[in-house]
Design a protein around this ligand. Sequence first.
Ligand code: SF4
Ligand code: SF4
Length: 93
Amino acid sequence: MAANAAPFVILNPPKFGAACNGCGRCCQDILCPVAIAVFGSVSAPCPGLEFRNDRYWCSLIGLASEEYRAFLMFRMGIGRGCDSCFAEDFPDD
Ligand code: SF4
Ligand code: SF4
């Protein structure tokens, strides 16, 4: 976990497809392809997740060079809204 990561703070995710609010639930539940390439077979939460200014951020973005950053953001889905679904999104039948 990043040095400045806080003990996990619970923030509610938005609806699927809505703007990301930095709740961090996705990266607490599973590692993205970039995280697997960087950290290997570690368990979630992702070691790259950090809590700052009342929301979660991916610390790897800030470490990447400017030309590589756009590629990372594409692979992570950053800027395309929330792409995560959680158990509460699927009410019991
Ligand atoms: S993409 Fe991740 S951090 Fe952003 S709102 Fe969805 S679950 Fe939260
Ligand atoms: S987006 Fe960043 S914090 Fe989230 S799983 Fe990927 S590498 Fe980890």
